[in-house]
Design a protein around this ligand. Structure first.
Ligand code: GRF
Length: 205
């Protein structure tokens, strides 16, 4: 049984989809050990409490970066977290934080990386005029929206779209993609070679 730690700052719809997919067995052999938010009023925290999960609030404000990171890592380790899932967590993790969970931190981003990293990716993609966008689940490394890609889903941009309708259709795919990615990462027959995540090649007898 693998323990997941979820970090979020807002609505928490990706977290809710993950929790649902654990409950229905689509993500096997996993449980959510703790949900941590920097904001006490994050929608995701209310959902986590409703689901009876452990929740923690660790605010950014008023703490030095290094102290904040130490508190986060201590909380994750105390809950024996194996994998950390960022689900709308509005802070870049420090290199030290990333190094505490090597290839064990996942993030979801609402564009087809490496296009449109950073904030408001759906709006950036819409304004650029792309005809296809989507979402990316990737490992977190020390650079923003950059680590090895685990799953991507494409979403066509329709003539009738605005950035809000596009974002809503991307979000539907996010909810599928994140659980697929977690289920893959939890299996031991996947590996990362260079930047490529995929099935391990069968051992030669
Ligand atoms: C999602 O669009 C995700 O891709 C991005 O932040 C948003 C979080 O939404 N990283 P929610 O809180 O999961 O509903």
């Amino acid at each position: 049984m693998k323990h997941l730690g979820i970090l979020l700052s807002g609505r928490g719809s990706n977290f809710e989809a993950i929790a649902h997919n654990i409950a229905t067995g689509r993500i096997p052999d996993a449980r959510i050990a703790v949900v941590i938010s920097n904001k006490p009023d994050a929608g995701g925290i209310a959902t986590a409490q409703r689901l009876g999960l452990n929740t923690l609030i660790i605010p950014f404000k008023g703490t030095e970066r290094a102290d904040h990171d130490r508190a986060m890592v201590a909380a994750l380790k105390q809950h024996q977290v194996d994998f950390v899932c960022l689900a709308g967590y509005m802070r870049l993790l420090s290199p030290w934080f990333v190094q505490q969970f090597p290839r064990r931190i996942l993030n979801i981003h609402p564009s087809l990386l490496p296009a449109f990293p950073g904030l408001e990716a759906q709006e950036q993609a819409f304004a650029y005029g792309v005809k296809v966008s989507g979402c990316t689940v990737h490992f977190v490394d020390e650079e923003l929206d950059h680590g090895a890609i685990i799953v991507q889903k494409t979403v066509p941009v329709l003539d009738s779209d605005d950035e809000h309708t596009l974002a809503a259709r991307i979000l539907e795919q996010e909810h599928v993609a994140y659980s697929e990615a977690i289920a893959m990462v939890l299996q031991s027959d996947y590996e990362v070679v260079g930047r490529r995540f995929g099935k391990k090649s069968p051992a030669v007898a």
